[in-house]
Ligand binder design. Sequence first.
Ligand code: CNA
Length: 243
Amino acid sequence: MDMDKVRQLQEIIDGSDNIVFFGGAGVSTESGIPDFRSQDGLYHMKYDYPPETIISHSFFVRKPEEFYRFYKDKMLALDAMPNAAHLKLAELEKAGKLRAVITQNIDGLHQKAGSREVLELHGSVLRNYCTRCGEFYDAEYVKNADGVPKCEKCGGMVKPDVVLYEEGLDNSIMSKSVSYIRNADVLIIGGTSLVVYPAAGLIDYFHGRKLVLINKGATARDAGADLVITDAIGEVFSQIEAR
Ligand code: CNA
């Protein structure tokens, strides 16, 4: 690990009490959940359909059995535990330094780690609703259902509260995210390829002092950052003190 860069990150964190974190699937790979675009990510695994197709709204409607086969197998990781990145971000919030975590992840691990202000741009596998009557179901219900989960009350199909391709993002979560980023002094971006829009476009609202990128792979935003760290984000955050 590049310890000089870790020291620079510590200095940036020490010097701010208005940090916002913007993250993606790479934050959870060290918890054992595969991302999309890494070499061992879901896009490099072989399925009958490309993952982008399976997790789209029209596919969910047309082929719910196929959707749920993939979803339960690859996207419902209910036993996963937060790693050092999730835990340190929660500590930084408690220490009064970090204002919000804005995440593209749907795994609920930031909340499991103790973070309170978590803006889930793409929803959460932990919430599920009947598409007909709106009844709530937890993730265990979906996982344990035989094939497509159906509503106990009305028989309607249950859908995860996850933003599928072709679906829009929640306006209030978007505008809250814009506000946090616009007012932030330090923005730390981590574990995201920054290619999924409109989420990735949110970082254009940042006009603060320091932009930090922690990502294993190069991103289109590296050139504009004050500090770029290409080590594993959990390992990096395990070296940071929330003081
Ligand atoms: P992505 O496009 O798969 O990119 C992940 C990025 O993280 C890549 O650039 C990797 O190089 C990098 N990376 C992987 N592991 C690490 C690590 N340990 N440390 C640092 N960097 C790492 O994922 P994005 O989040 O950018 O794409 C957005 C999609 C992925 C969102 O819609 C998510 O809902 C979706 N997704 C979420 C999860 C989850 O909730 N855990 C899992 C898989 C996909």
